[in-house]
Ligand binder design. Structure first.
Ligand code: PBE
Length: 580
């Protein structure tokens, strides 16, 4: 029997579309609230030199936990500062604290509700199971559509992922309060509220805090994932290291995360019963800490109010918040953009947001539909130029280099092992318009493999030139690596289809930019059709030179640059400079 596929993905897509358009004002409000919360936290934590915060944390660790923890905090944090990850660490702490604040605000009331009401518990428990089993990555997708890229979708995905233990353990803690105590309080005529606040919650506090502690650790474990959609901090450092295969840098950033995790874990475990609680009263210490926070907050708020006024003519920078929406940090385009920012003197005022090309196009779509200003890192061939009215900003200093070619690279020895496939890969050559044709279809919802098959079917003559004279595959394996850039999704799928048609068994592997080159150079992948040369991938090319074969261009005439919608009133990268 042939039962048609249930269009679950389409339904979810429609639902998300509907939610996006209906609740847009709400989402904007949430975005600015969370961004505000995080900004304030970062400013407060960053108010003095690093050593000030390091000492405060150390003293607090000393107060709550054992000597060892305090010494560990001091040395660990000094090490982080020394390695140059202090700013990233502050961002990460602020991100985790914001997530935890939201987790507590949401989790504890829900836990209390579940503990008072069996029906509520029956409804909540399976939802929590679902939330925890659904891969956390999945939450990022609607989050980007609702809240744009940046830190907010990261925080929200962290909250969804981190909230279940708080809810569960609040519920459990309250339910475990011994029945005779409840009976006694009822016998004395307590109201439900009195019973809850004077008996149940205090007795449940250790369990609830154990839940909060778990939530903190889960939120921290989300920082790398959050960086995929542009959240800054240590997670972004790790992600950057992965995309560019920088082992040492990855280790340093990872180590910093471990240090923060240990401190947060130990300190939060002892919050309720600080070790020195009998010597110095808890109330006193926490009040002083709260007072320090409030004063720091007041100072930042004051200095902000005294700062330059944001009224008057808005220049482009103000309109887009001095942000350029970038893609994955491993892309050559990101390096070129950093160079451009240096060349044009934008380094200090502007930030380049990291994420992925999918997140970038989602952001562009959102801004374009509302006619809002946005600056993205763009490249040709790309479907976005046929879908939207866009323009490249002029680059008089030539930071982005000239037009380039995309080369096919194979591993050493591939030609001998698989001459037929090698010949097809070598003869693979097409035009930007061809590639764009496939990209547009994928963008319109076709599966990449189907879009590629369509193209191959309707371009038989051209494909015949690629396969001419090459022997058939007879099931021989070919493994291709690529990065999920729209252009490379198209090219890799097309060449894979052609190889399959010729009888090869093709394995496609999607990786980050650094691993793609490393895979071919190291011999764990056979080929890639995605080397943008001579400039964009120069670093990778030079790093692995001599360890791969360059079969030459498969496409010529590409372009990179800062891209804006035509409705924006700027023309050149030079227009981005702050007009003071
Ligand atoms: N791109 C697409 C890649 C190469 C292909 C321009 C985003 C990059 O910048 O590395």
């Amino acid at each position: 029997m042939n039962f048609p596929k249930i269009p679950l993905a389409q339904w979810v897509d429609h639902l998300v579309d509907w939610i996006t358009s209906t609740f847009d004002p709400l989402f904007s409000a949430i975005t600015s609230f969370i961004e505000g919360l995080l900004d304030t936290l970062v400013k407060v934590l960053d108010i003095g030199p690093p050593i000030l915060l390091i000492l405060i944390i150390t003293l607090f660790a000393l107060y709550t936990s054992r000597w060892g923890v305090a010494i560990f905090s001091l040395i660990g944090l000094l090490l982080i500062d020394n390695l140059g990850y202090w700013d990233a660490t502050v961002q990460t702490i602020a991100l985790v604290l914001s997530s935890v604040v939201l987790t507590i605000i949401i989790g504890i009331p829900l836990g209390i509700w579940a503990s008072q009401n069996d029906t509520a518990k029956k409804i909540i428990t399976p939802i929590l199971d679902f939330m925890q089993t659904m891969p956390a990555f999945v939450y990022l997708i609607p989050s980007i559509l609702f809240f744009g890229i940046g830190v907010v979708p990261g925080i929200l995905a962290s909250v969804i992922f981190a909230v279940p233990p708080t809810i569960r353990l609040t519920n459990l803690g309250i339910r475990e309060v011994p029945g005779d105590l409840i009976e006694a309080s009822e016998a004395f005529g307590s109201t439900t509220g009195q019973k809850l606040f004077k008996v149940q919650l205090p007795l449940a506090a250790p369990t609830i805090l154990a839940g909060v502690n778990q939530s903190i650790m889960l939120a921290l474990s989300m920082v790398v994932i959050a960086s995929l959609v542009g959240a800054p901090g240590l997670g972004a450092e790790v992600y950057r290291a992965v995309t560019q295969i920088k082992v040492g840098q990855g280790f340093e950033a990872g180590l910093s995360i471990v240090i923060i995790a240990i401190i947060l874990d130990r300190v939060s475990q002892n919050l309720r019963k600080p070790l020195l609680g009998n010597t110095i009263s808890k109330k006193w210490v926490y009040s002083v800490l709260a007072a320090v926070l409030v004063i720091a907050y007041a100072v930042t708020a004051f200095s902000q109010a005294a700062g330059p006024n944001q009224t008057g003519s808005k220049n482009v920078g103000d309109q887009v918040n001095y942000e350029i929406t970038g893609i994955d940090p491993g892309a050559g385009l990101m390096k070129a953009t950093e160079k451009a920012m240096k060349d044009y003197g934008l380094k200090n005022d502007w930030t380049l947001k990291e994420g992925s090309s999918a997140a970038m196009t989602a952001e562009l779509k959102k801004a374009y539909e509302r006619k809002e200003p946005i600056i993205v890192t763009g490249w040709t061939p790309h479907w976005m130029f046929s879908k939207y009215d866009l323009k490249y900003l002029k680059d008089p200093k030539g930071s982005y280099g000239k037009g380039e070619s995309i080369h096919t690279l194979t591993r050493k020895g591939f030609k001998q092992d698989n001459p037929g496939a090698n010949q097809i890969l070598d003869q693979f050559y097409w035009k930007p318009a061809d590639m764009e044709n496939v990209m547009v279809k994928v963008q319109d919802g076709a599966k990449p493999a189907d879009a590629a098959a369509d193209w191959v079917k309707s371009h038989k003559k051209q494909v015949a030139k690629w396969t001419k004279g090459a022997q058939k595959g007879n099931g021989k394996q070919v493994s291709l690596v690529y990065v999920a850039w729209e252009s490379e999704i198209a090219s890799t799928n097309v060449i894979a289809k052609v190889l399959e048609q010729e009888g090869y068994t093709v394995k496609l592997q999607q990786v980050e930019a650094g691993p793609m080159f490393a895979g071919v150079a190291g011999g764990s992948a056979d080929a890639m059709v995605a080397a943008w040369l001579p400039t964009t991938h120069k670093d990778y090319y030079d790093k692995y030179k001599g360890k791969f074969e360059d079969l030459g261009p498969n496409l010529e005439g590409t372009k990179l640059g800062l891209t804006v919608p035509k409705y924006m009133n700027i023309d050149s990268i030079e227009d981005l400079k702050k007009s003071k």
